[in-house]
Design a protein. Sequence first.
Lengths: 142, 142, 142
Amino acid sequence: MRFHEETFEVESKKRLEVVDITERVRGVVGRSGVTRGLVNLWVPHTTACLSVNEHDEELWEDLLAVMVRLVPLEGEYRHNAKYRWAPREMNAHAHILSTLIKQGVSLPIAEGRMRLGTWQSILLIELDGPRVRRVDVTVMGE
Amino acid sequence: MRFHEETFEVESKKRLEVVDITERVRGVVGRSGVTRGLVNLWVPHTTACLSVNEHDEELWEDLLAVMVRLVPLEGEYRHNAKYRWAPREMNAHAHILSTLIKQGVSLPIAEGRMRLGTWQSILLIELDGPRVRRVDVTVMGE
Amino acid sequence: MRFHEETFEVESKKRLEVVDITERVRGVVGRSGVTRGLVNLWVPHTTACLSVNEHDEELWEDLLAVMVRLVPLEGEYRHNAKYRWAPREMNAHAHILSTLIKQGVSLPIAEGRMRLGTWQSILLIELDGPRVRRVDVTVMGE
Protein backbone atom coordinates (compact mmCIF):
# COMPACT_ATOMS: atom_id res chain seq x y z
CA MET A 1 0.00 0.00 0.00
CA ARG A 2 1.38 3.36 -1.00
CA PHE A 3 0.37 6.84 0.05
CA HIS A 4 1.58 9.97 -1.56
CA GLU A 5 0.47 13.49 -0.75
CA GLU A 6 1.30 16.77 -2.37
CA THR A 7 -0.20 20.22 -2.22
CA PHE A 8 0.05 22.86 -4.89
CA GLU A 9 -1.21 26.39 -5.25
CA VAL A 10 -3.25 28.02 -7.96
CA GLU A 11 -3.42 31.78 -8.30
CA SER A 12 -6.67 33.01 -9.77
CA LYS A 13 -6.75 36.35 -11.54
CA LYS A 14 -10.46 37.13 -11.70
CA ARG A 15 -13.53 37.04 -9.49
CA LEU A 16 -14.95 34.08 -11.43
CA GLU A 17 -12.52 31.91 -13.31
CA VAL A 18 -11.86 28.38 -14.47
CA VAL A 19 -8.27 27.08 -14.27
CA ASP A 20 -7.22 23.76 -15.81
CA ILE A 21 -5.09 21.84 -13.29
CA THR A 22 -4.98 18.48 -15.10
CA GLU A 23 -1.24 18.53 -15.84
CA ARG A 24 -0.33 19.41 -12.28
CA VAL A 25 -2.44 16.55 -10.92
CA ARG A 26 -0.98 14.20 -13.53
CA GLY A 27 2.48 15.14 -12.26
CA VAL A 28 1.57 14.19 -8.70
CA VAL A 29 0.08 10.87 -9.77
CA GLY A 30 3.23 10.12 -11.77
CA ARG A 31 5.54 10.92 -8.84
CA SER A 32 3.42 8.78 -6.50
CA GLY A 33 4.45 5.57 -8.21
CA VAL A 34 0.91 4.25 -7.67
CA THR A 35 -0.19 2.07 -10.58
CA ARG A 36 -3.67 1.33 -9.36
CA GLY A 37 -5.84 2.95 -6.77
CA LEU A 38 -7.49 6.30 -6.29
CA VAL A 39 -6.46 9.91 -6.31
CA ASN A 40 -8.46 12.25 -4.09
CA LEU A 41 -8.39 15.97 -4.82
CA TRP A 42 -9.53 18.45 -2.22
CA VAL A 43 -9.61 22.24 -2.10
CA PRO A 44 -9.68 23.40 1.53
CA HIS A 45 -11.90 26.36 0.65
CA THR A 46 -15.59 27.25 0.72
CA THR A 47 -15.63 29.64 -2.23
CA ALA A 48 -13.68 27.64 -4.83
CA CYS A 49 -14.50 24.18 -6.17
CA LEU A 50 -13.45 21.38 -8.47
CA SER A 51 -15.08 20.04 -11.60
CA VAL A 52 -14.15 17.60 -14.34
CA ASN A 53 -15.17 18.89 -17.72
CA GLU A 54 -14.00 19.76 -21.20
CA HIS A 55 -11.09 22.14 -21.77
CA ASP A 56 -13.06 24.72 -23.75
CA GLU A 57 -12.87 28.38 -22.78
CA GLU A 58 -16.21 29.19 -24.39
CA LEU A 59 -17.83 26.42 -22.38
CA TRP A 60 -16.23 27.79 -19.21
CA GLU A 61 -17.83 31.18 -19.90
CA ASP A 62 -21.18 29.45 -20.44
CA LEU A 63 -20.73 27.56 -17.19
CA LEU A 64 -19.92 30.65 -15.13
CA ALA A 65 -22.79 32.55 -16.78
CA VAL A 66 -25.28 29.83 -15.82
CA MET A 67 -23.89 29.63 -12.27
CA VAL A 68 -24.39 33.35 -11.59
CA ARG A 69 -27.80 33.26 -13.27
CA LEU A 70 -28.85 30.54 -10.82
CA VAL A 71 -27.12 32.11 -7.80
CA PRO A 72 -26.56 35.82 -8.53
CA LEU A 73 -23.56 37.67 -7.13
CA GLU A 74 -25.81 40.53 -6.04
CA GLY A 75 -28.63 38.70 -4.33
CA GLU A 76 -30.38 39.40 -1.04
CA TYR A 77 -28.15 37.29 1.18
CA ARG A 78 -28.11 37.43 5.01
CA HIS A 79 -24.46 36.39 4.95
CA ASN A 80 -23.60 39.45 2.86
CA ALA A 81 -25.80 41.80 4.91
CA LYS A 82 -23.79 40.81 7.99
CA TYR A 83 -20.52 41.67 6.31
CA ARG A 84 -21.50 44.94 4.60
CA TRP A 85 -18.49 46.62 6.23
CA ALA A 86 -16.18 44.09 4.50
CA PRO A 87 -16.79 44.02 0.75
CA ARG A 88 -14.32 41.14 0.49
CA GLU A 89 -16.77 38.97 2.45
CA MET A 90 -19.79 39.66 0.23
CA ASN A 91 -19.49 36.19 -1.20
CA ALA A 92 -22.63 34.24 -0.33
CA HIS A 93 -23.03 33.31 -4.02
CA ALA A 94 -19.64 31.57 -3.89
CA HIS A 95 -20.46 29.61 -0.74
CA ILE A 96 -23.79 28.47 -2.15
CA LEU A 97 -22.31 27.45 -5.49
CA SER A 98 -19.61 25.51 -3.59
CA THR A 99 -22.34 23.35 -2.10
CA LEU A 100 -23.54 22.58 -5.63
CA ILE A 101 -20.19 22.18 -7.42
CA LYS A 102 -18.30 20.57 -4.49
CA GLN A 103 -14.71 20.89 -3.31
CA GLY A 104 -13.54 17.35 -3.89
CA VAL A 105 -13.33 14.58 -6.42
CA SER A 106 -11.90 11.03 -6.32
CA LEU A 107 -10.62 9.54 -9.56
CA PRO A 108 -9.56 5.97 -10.34
CA ILE A 109 -5.96 5.20 -11.34
CA ALA A 110 -5.14 2.21 -13.56
CA GLU A 111 -1.80 1.34 -15.17
CA GLY A 112 -0.26 4.35 -13.46
CA ARG A 113 -2.65 6.87 -15.01
CA MET A 114 -5.87 8.59 -14.03
CA ARG A 115 -8.76 7.09 -15.96
CA LEU A 116 -9.84 10.42 -17.42
CA GLY A 117 -11.99 10.24 -20.53
CA THR A 118 -10.96 11.90 -23.79
CA TRP A 119 -12.80 15.13 -23.00
CA GLN A 120 -12.19 15.21 -19.26
CA SER A 121 -9.93 17.85 -17.76
CA ILE A 122 -9.68 18.67 -14.07
CA LEU A 123 -10.80 22.23 -13.44
CA LEU A 124 -10.51 24.48 -10.44
CA ILE A 125 -13.48 26.84 -10.36
CA GLU A 126 -12.76 30.13 -8.64
CA LEU A 127 -15.96 31.78 -7.41
CA ASP A 128 -14.54 34.62 -5.30
CA GLY A 129 -11.13 35.57 -6.66
CA PRO A 130 -8.61 36.73 -7.25
CA ARG A 131 -7.05 34.56 -4.53
CA VAL A 132 -4.35 32.00 -4.00
CA ARG A 133 -6.00 28.59 -3.76
CA ARG A 134 -4.63 25.29 -2.49
CA VAL A 135 -5.22 21.84 -3.94
CA ASP A 136 -4.46 18.82 -1.73
CA VAL A 137 -3.73 15.67 -3.71
CA THR A 138 -3.78 12.29 -1.94
CA VAL A 139 -2.86 9.19 -3.94
CA MET A 140 -3.65 5.81 -2.37
CA GLY A 141 -3.06 2.44 -3.95
CA GLU A 142 -0.32 0.06 -4.97
CA MET B 1 -3.74 -0.82 6.33
CA ARG B 2 -6.41 0.16 8.80
CA PHE B 3 -10.17 0.30 8.43
CA HIS B 4 -12.47 1.85 10.91
CA GLU B 5 -16.21 2.24 10.56
CA GLU B 6 -18.73 4.00 12.72
CA THR B 7 -22.28 5.13 12.23
CA PHE B 8 -23.97 7.93 14.10
CA GLU B 9 -27.42 9.44 14.03
CA VAL B 10 -28.55 13.01 13.60
CA GLU B 11 -32.04 14.11 14.55
CA SER B 12 -33.33 16.99 12.48
CA LYS B 13 -36.01 19.24 13.93
CA LYS B 14 -37.30 21.07 10.86
CA ARG B 15 -38.35 20.33 7.29
CA LEU B 16 -35.23 22.07 5.95
CA GLU B 17 -32.25 22.35 8.23
CA VAL B 18 -28.48 22.42 8.30
CA VAL B 19 -26.72 20.52 11.13
CA ASP B 20 -22.97 20.82 11.75
CA ILE B 21 -21.51 17.32 12.24
CA THR B 22 -17.81 18.24 12.12
CA GLU B 23 -17.02 17.38 15.73
CA ARG B 24 -18.71 14.00 15.50
CA VAL B 25 -16.74 13.10 12.38
CA ARG B 26 -13.54 14.37 13.99
CA GLY B 27 -14.21 12.02 16.91
CA VAL B 28 -14.47 9.03 14.56
CA VAL B 29 -11.27 9.96 12.73
CA GLY B 30 -9.47 10.30 16.08
CA ARG B 31 -10.67 6.90 17.30
CA SER B 32 -9.65 5.26 14.00
CA GLY B 33 -5.95 5.74 14.70
CA VAL B 34 -5.45 6.46 10.99
CA THR B 35 -2.77 9.08 10.46
CA ARG B 36 -2.98 9.29 6.71
CA GLY B 37 -5.61 8.19 4.27
CA LEU B 38 -9.18 9.08 3.50
CA VAL B 39 -12.42 9.38 5.39
CA ASN B 40 -15.58 8.67 3.42
CA LEU B 41 -18.88 10.01 4.71
CA TRP B 42 -22.14 8.64 3.42
CA VAL B 43 -25.77 9.30 4.29
CA PRO B 44 -27.91 6.32 3.23
CA HIS B 45 -30.82 8.58 2.34
CA THR B 46 -32.30 10.21 -0.76
CA THR B 47 -33.73 13.32 0.88
CA ALA B 48 -30.79 14.43 3.04
CA CYS B 49 -27.28 15.30 1.88
CA LEU B 50 -23.81 16.38 2.90
CA SER B 51 -21.94 19.59 2.21
CA VAL B 52 -18.71 21.17 3.38
CA ASN B 53 -19.15 24.85 4.01
CA GLU B 54 -18.79 27.64 6.55
CA HIS B 55 -20.42 27.41 9.96
CA ASP B 56 -22.62 30.48 9.60
CA GLU B 57 -26.32 30.23 10.36
CA GLU B 58 -27.19 33.20 8.16
CA LEU B 59 -25.40 31.55 5.27
CA TRP B 60 -27.33 28.33 5.93
CA GLU B 61 -30.60 30.26 5.63
CA ASP B 62 -29.35 31.78 2.37
CA LEU B 63 -28.40 28.34 1.11
CA LEU B 64 -31.77 26.77 1.90
CA ALA B 65 -33.59 29.78 0.42
CA VAL B 66 -31.69 29.42 -2.86
CA MET B 67 -32.27 25.67 -2.94
CA VAL B 68 -36.05 25.98 -2.65
CA ARG B 69 -36.07 28.86 -5.13
CA LEU B 70 -34.34 26.59 -7.66
CA VAL B 71 -36.39 23.50 -6.79
CA PRO B 72 -39.62 24.62 -5.04
CA LEU B 73 -41.26 22.50 -2.37
CA GLU B 74 -44.63 23.00 -4.03
CA GLY B 75 -43.87 22.26 -7.66
CA GLU B 76 -45.74 20.20 -10.21
CA TYR B 77 -44.00 16.90 -9.56
CA ARG B 78 -45.18 13.51 -10.85
CA HIS B 79 -43.59 11.87 -7.83
CA ASN B 80 -45.75 13.96 -5.51
CA ALA B 81 -48.90 13.48 -7.60
CA LYS B 82 -48.50 9.72 -7.17
CA TYR B 83 -48.30 10.05 -3.40
CA ARG B 84 -51.08 12.58 -2.80
CA TRP B 85 -52.63 10.22 -0.25
CA ALA B 86 -49.37 10.32 1.76
CA PRO B 87 -48.36 13.90 2.54
CA ARG B 88 -45.13 12.57 4.10
CA GLU B 89 -44.06 11.40 0.64
CA MET B 90 -44.58 14.77 -1.10
CA ASN B 91 -40.86 15.26 -1.22
CA ALA B 92 -39.77 15.39 -4.86
CA HIS B 93 -37.92 18.66 -4.15
CA ALA B 94 -35.75 16.81 -1.62
CA HIS B 95 -34.92 13.96 -3.99
CA ILE B 96 -34.00 16.38 -6.77
CA LEU B 97 -31.85 18.55 -4.52
CA SER B 98 -30.10 15.38 -3.30
CA THR B 99 -28.93 14.75 -6.83
CA LEU B 100 -27.41 18.24 -6.85
CA ILE B 101 -25.97 18.38 -3.31
CA LYS B 102 -24.96 14.69 -3.07
CA GLN B 103 -25.01 12.22 -0.20
CA GLY B 104 -21.30 11.56 0.12
CA VAL B 105 -17.93 13.20 0.50
CA SER B 106 -14.37 11.84 0.80
CA LEU B 107 -11.84 13.91 2.72
CA PRO B 108 -8.08 13.46 3.00
CA ILE B 109 -6.46 12.74 6.39
CA ALA B 110 -2.88 13.80 7.13
CA GLU B 111 -1.05 13.70 10.47
CA GLY B 112 -4.12 12.13 12.02
CA ARG B 113 -6.47 14.98 11.10
CA MET B 114 -8.90 15.75 8.33
CA ARG B 115 -7.41 18.36 6.02
CA LEU B 116 -10.33 20.75 6.45
CA GLY B 117 -9.66 24.37 5.60
CA THR B 118 -10.14 27.18 8.13
CA TRP B 119 -13.71 27.85 7.03
CA GLN B 120 -14.74 24.29 6.26
CA SER B 121 -17.27 22.53 8.44
CA ILE B 122 -19.05 19.30 7.57
CA LEU B 123 -22.78 19.88 7.28
CA LEU B 124 -25.71 17.52 7.05
CA ILE B 125 -28.45 19.13 4.99
CA GLU B 126 -31.92 17.94 5.87
CA LEU B 127 -34.35 18.47 3.01
CA ASP B 128 -37.39 16.56 4.26
CA GLY B 129 -37.34 16.55 8.05
CA PRO B 130 -37.87 16.25 10.84
CA ARG B 131 -36.34 12.78 10.68
CA VAL B 132 -33.61 10.69 12.25
CA ARG B 133 -30.72 10.49 9.78
CA ARG B 134 -27.73 8.19 9.70
CA VAL B 135 -24.15 9.05 8.78
CA ASP B 136 -21.80 6.19 7.87
CA VAL B 137 -18.14 7.05 8.41
CA THR B 138 -15.45 4.84 6.86
CA VAL B 139 -11.81 5.65 7.57
CA MET B 140 -9.18 3.92 5.42
CA GLY B 141 -5.45 4.43 5.63
CA GLU B 142 -2.46 3.75 7.83
CA MET C 1 -5.37 -5.02 0.49
CA ARG C 2 -7.42 -5.96 -2.53
CA PHE C 3 -8.07 -4.05 -5.72
CA HIS C 4 -10.62 -5.03 -8.28
CA GLU C 5 -11.51 -3.10 -11.40
CA GLU C 6 -14.19 -3.67 -13.97
CA THR C 7 -15.71 -1.56 -16.68
CA PHE C 8 -19.16 -1.99 -18.14
CA GLU C 9 -21.14 -0.20 -20.81
CA VAL C 10 -24.58 1.32 -20.73
CA GLU C 11 -26.45 2.13 -23.90
CA SER C 12 -28.82 5.04 -23.55
CA LYS C 13 -31.80 5.30 -25.87
CA LYS C 14 -32.88 8.92 -25.48
CA ARG C 15 -31.37 12.38 -25.32
CA LEU C 16 -32.11 12.64 -21.60
CA GLU C 17 -32.51 9.44 -19.67
CA VAL C 18 -31.98 7.82 -16.29
CA VAL C 19 -30.68 4.23 -16.22
CA ASP C 20 -30.53 2.20 -13.01
CA ILE C 21 -27.12 0.48 -12.78
CA THR C 22 -27.34 -0.76 -9.18
CA GLU C 23 -27.41 -4.47 -10.00
CA ARG C 24 -24.42 -4.22 -12.32
CA VAL C 25 -22.38 -2.43 -9.67
CA ARG C 26 -23.50 -4.93 -7.05
CA GLY C 27 -22.20 -7.70 -9.30
CA VAL C 28 -18.76 -6.08 -9.50
CA VAL C 29 -18.59 -5.60 -5.72
CA GLY C 30 -19.54 -9.26 -5.22
CA ARG C 31 -16.87 -10.48 -7.64
CA SER C 32 -14.23 -8.29 -5.97
CA GLY C 33 -14.29 -10.34 -2.77
CA VAL C 34 -13.84 -7.10 -0.80
CA THR C 35 -15.73 -7.25 2.48
CA ARG C 36 -14.90 -3.78 3.69
CA GLY C 37 -13.61 -0.72 1.92
CA LEU C 38 -14.83 1.60 -0.78
CA VAL C 39 -16.18 1.31 -4.29
CA ASN C 40 -15.48 4.23 -6.60
CA LEU C 41 -17.66 4.69 -9.67
CA TRP C 42 -16.54 6.93 -12.49
CA VAL C 43 -18.01 7.77 -15.88
CA PRO C 44 -15.23 9.02 -18.19
CA HIS C 45 -17.62 11.45 -19.90
CA THR C 46 -18.52 15.13 -19.69
CA THR C 47 -22.17 14.86 -20.75
CA ALA C 48 -23.34 11.95 -18.58
CA CYS C 49 -23.25 11.69 -14.78
CA LEU C 50 -23.99 9.56 -11.76
CA SER C 51 -26.51 10.01 -9.00
CA VAL C 52 -27.80 7.95 -6.11
CA ASN C 53 -31.53 8.28 -5.75
CA GLU C 54 -34.82 6.42 -5.63
CA HIS C 55 -35.84 3.98 -8.35
CA ASP C 56 -39.01 5.83 -9.39
CA GLU C 57 -39.60 6.60 -13.04
CA GLU C 58 -41.93 9.49 -12.27
CA LEU C 59 -39.26 11.02 -10.06
CA TRP C 60 -36.72 10.61 -12.85
CA GLU C 61 -38.98 12.59 -15.17
CA ASP C 62 -39.31 15.28 -12.51
CA LEU C 63 -35.54 15.34 -12.10
CA LEU C 64 -34.84 15.72 -15.81
CA ALA C 65 -37.57 18.37 -16.13
CA VAL C 66 -36.00 20.45 -13.35
CA MET C 67 -32.52 20.04 -14.81
CA VAL C 68 -33.53 21.39 -18.23
CA ARG C 69 -35.56 24.16 -16.61
CA LEU C 70 -32.41 25.27 -14.75
CA VAL C 71 -30.06 24.73 -17.72
CA PRO C 72 -32.15 24.72 -20.93
CA LEU C 73 -31.17 22.62 -23.91
CA GLU C 74 -31.75 25.58 -26.21
CA GLY C 75 -29.91 28.35 -24.43
CA GLU C 76 -27.55 30.99 -25.74
CA TYR C 77 -24.31 29.06 -25.28
CA ARG C 78 -20.95 30.04 -26.76
CA HIS C 79 -19.98 26.38 -26.84
CA ASN C 80 -22.96 25.61 -29.07
CA ALA C 81 -22.44 28.68 -31.28
CA LYS C 82 -18.94 27.40 -32.04
CA TYR C 83 -20.27 24.04 -33.12
CA ARG C 84 -23.30 25.14 -35.15
CA TRP C 85 -22.05 23.04 -38.08
CA ALA C 86 -22.15 19.93 -35.87
CA PRO C 87 -25.59 19.49 -34.31
CA ARG C 88 -24.22 16.53 -32.32
CA GLU C 89 -21.98 18.96 -30.41
CA MET C 90 -24.77 21.34 -29.37
CA ASN C 91 -24.58 20.03 -25.86
CA ALA C 92 -23.50 22.85 -23.55
CA HIS C 93 -26.49 22.08 -21.29
CA ALA C 94 -25.10 18.57 -20.74
CA HIS C 95 -21.60 19.80 -19.89
CA ILE C 96 -22.95 22.36 -17.43
CA LEU C 97 -25.28 19.88 -15.75
CA SER C 98 -22.33 17.48 -15.45
CA THR C 99 -20.56 20.02 -13.30
CA LEU C 100 -23.60 20.09 -11.02
CA ILE C 101 -24.48 16.37 -10.95
CA LYS C 102 -20.89 15.02 -11.10
CA GLN C 103 -19.37 12.01 -12.81
CA GLY C 104 -18.22 10.07 -9.78
CA VAL C 105 -19.33 8.68 -6.46
CA SER C 106 -17.54 6.67 -3.74
CA LEU C 107 -19.61 4.32 -1.62
CA PRO C 108 -18.67 2.43 1.55
CA ILE C 109 -18.65 -1.38 1.59
CA ALA C 110 -19.27 -3.32 4.80
CA GLU C 111 -19.81 -7.07 5.22
CA GLY C 112 -19.26 -7.48 1.50
CA ARG C 113 -22.08 -5.14 0.48
CA MET C 114 -22.44 -1.52 -0.49
CA ARG C 115 -24.03 0.42 2.33
CA LEU C 116 -26.89 1.69 0.20
CA GLY C 117 -29.96 2.87 2.05
CA THR C 118 -33.40 1.35 1.46
CA TRP C 119 -34.33 3.93 -1.19
CA GLN C 120 -30.92 4.35 -2.75
CA SER C 121 -30.28 3.11 -6.28
CA ILE C 122 -27.27 4.01 -8.40
CA LEU C 123 -28.36 5.92 -11.48
CA LEU C 124 -26.55 6.87 -14.64
CA ILE C 125 -27.94 10.14 -15.94
CA GLU C 126 -27.63 10.55 -19.69
CA LEU C 127 -27.73 14.21 -20.70
CA ASP C 128 -26.78 13.98 -24.38
CA GLY C 129 -27.82 10.57 -25.70
CA PRO C 130 -28.42 8.25 -27.23
CA ARG C 131 -24.84 7.08 -26.70
CA VAL C 132 -22.85 4.18 -25.37
CA ARG C 133 -21.49 5.15 -21.96
CA ARG C 134 -18.78 3.54 -19.86
CA VAL C 135 -18.76 3.06 -16.10
CA ASP C 136 -15.41 2.33 -14.42
CA VAL C 137 -15.76 0.53 -11.10
CA THR C 138 -12.79 0.38 -8.71
CA VAL C 139 -13.16 -1.60 -5.49
CA MET C 140 -10.49 -1.10 -2.81
CA GLY C 141 -10.44 -2.71 0.58
CA GLU C 142 -9.88 -6.01 2.30
